[in-house]
Design a binder for this molecule. Structure first.
Ligand SMILES: NC(=O)c1ccc[n+]([C@@H]2O[C@H](COP(=O)([O-])OP(=O)(O)OC[C@H]3O[C@@H](n4cnc5c(N)ncnc54)[C@H](O)[C@@H]3O)[C@@H](O)[C@H]2O)c1
Ligand SMILES: [Zn+2]
Length: 356
């Protein structure tokens, strides 16, 4: 069944379609238009699907071998040159078909080339369907850290096709599940209890469970986006709540030099456990709930610890996190399952003790 979610306010005009086998249908319609279309597509996705039956003169398709390293100034430059060489103009559309790495890079390109062209996002990993394609954040990584250069630019349309996940590995499914779990932990205890019961049906791609978890996740994310698009609030309605687990997660990814042996979702999983531990030590979340989270993460098969948490370098990286100002650390913590809060001004030495 087709679900359409729309955000239409003073700042955002974006439509999200959730439907099985919707990609082919959409591309067929798009092919009929006569403006130029530039498609940046994940190479694996290109090779496992035959989306493009007819080749039209005005469709340009660039296959990308995606991984975290493509979120760089170098790829940005190469792709911008490719688009300009092929005479991209203000009436052109840029379509990203791939996971969060292609999505983040493409969104940044779409928002900056010619000061912005029509952008359509077609996420093909569970993580990108529930998280990165929603909310308009894009970005690239620099040596100082992850996503430090980017803009807010909402795709005009997001096509979420759960059927495209059929070729996705269990490891990538788990990685996306980490973000789904994040939504439940920060916002919805009932959803958490449902996930505990049904996580294996999601990971094994049982259609109805998968669609329900995707839709629920997107709806929770949209709630924060609508209330705080540019992450200006500093209370529990802040968009920053969506960064639960990410301060440590991003630092772990950077320490690992964005290598594929630690996916974004895996890093976030370790980050969520670390933040839950800090929340417990600060006498917020109780022991019962803390243990429950750890057990669930273990059952799912996501990682919960890393030796890099003991490496002092991690605190330099954490200090450069975007949420931190004036050298004190701001973290998203849990009061209890289903309720997150903004902990501001944590001293770095105190933080070191809390993570021991
Ligand atoms: N902008 C945001 O709001 C936001 C939110 C969360 C995460 N992110 C970013 O998203 C990125 C992670 O995204 P990701 O996990 O999708 O990573 P990814 O794009 O690297 O994809 C993971 C792997 O899956 C493969 N793949 C993609 N679709 C496939 C399919 N249908 N079948 C088989 N294989 C497929 C890719 O080739 C890649 O090897 C990170 O850079 C993270 O920072 C951004
Ligand atoms: Zn994330």
């Amino acid at each position: 069944m087709k679900k359409i979610l729309t955000v239409d306010n003073k700042y955002i005009n974006s439509k999200i379609i959730i439907e099985n086998n919707s990609i082919k249908k959409f591309l067929k319609l798009e092919e009929k238009k006569d403006n130029k279309i530039f498609i940046l597509i994940d190479k694996k996705v290109f090779n496992t699907n035959n989306f493009f039956v007819k080749k039209r003169k005005n469709i340009f398709c660039l296959q990308i071998n995606s991984n975290e390293k493509i979120k760089s100034f170098n790829s940005y430059k190469i792709i911008i040159n490719y688009l300009l060489k092929n005479n991209i103009d203000r009436s052109s559309t840029l379509i990203a078909i791939g996971g969060g790495t292609i999505g983040d890079l493409s969104g940044f390109i779409a928002s900056t080339i010619l000061r912005g062209v029509r952008f359509i996002s077609i996420p093909t990993t569970l993580l990108s369907q529930v998280d990165s394609s929603i909310g308009g954040k894009n970005g690239i990584n620099v040596s100082y850290g992850k996503n430090l250069v980017g803009t807010f630019y909402h795709p005009h349309l997001v096509i979420v096709d759960p059927a495209i996940l059929k070729s996705l590995s269990i490891r990538q499914m788990r990685s996306g599940y980490a973000e789904i779990l994040k939504y439940a932990l920060i916002n919805d205890k009932k959803f958490y209890l449902w996930l505990k019961k049904n996580y294996s049906a999601i990971l094994t791609k049982k259609r109805n469970f998968l669609i329900k978890s995707i839709e629920k996740s997107i709806k929770i994310k949209l709630k924060y986006i609508v209330s705080d698009e540019k992450e200006k609030l500093i209370n529990s309605a802040s968009r920053a709540m969506l960064n639960f687990g990410h301060t440590f997660g991003h630092a772990l990814e950077a320490m690992n030099q964005y290598k594929t042996n630690l996916t974004h979702g895996e890093a976030v999983s370790i980050g969520m456990v670390t933040s839950a531990k800090i929340s417990h030590k600060l006498k917020k979340i109780n022991k019962l709930e803390f243990d429950d989270i750890i057990n669930h993460i273990k059952n799912v098969g996501l990682p919960f610890s890393s030796k890099n948490l003991k490496n002092p370098k991690i605190y330099n990286l954490i200090s450069s996190d975007k949420k931190n100002m004036n050298n004190s650390i701001n973290l998203i913590l849990l009061k209890k399952i289903g309720s997150a809060y903004y902990k501001r001004g944590l001293n770095i030495n105190k933080l070191k003790n809390l993570t021991k």
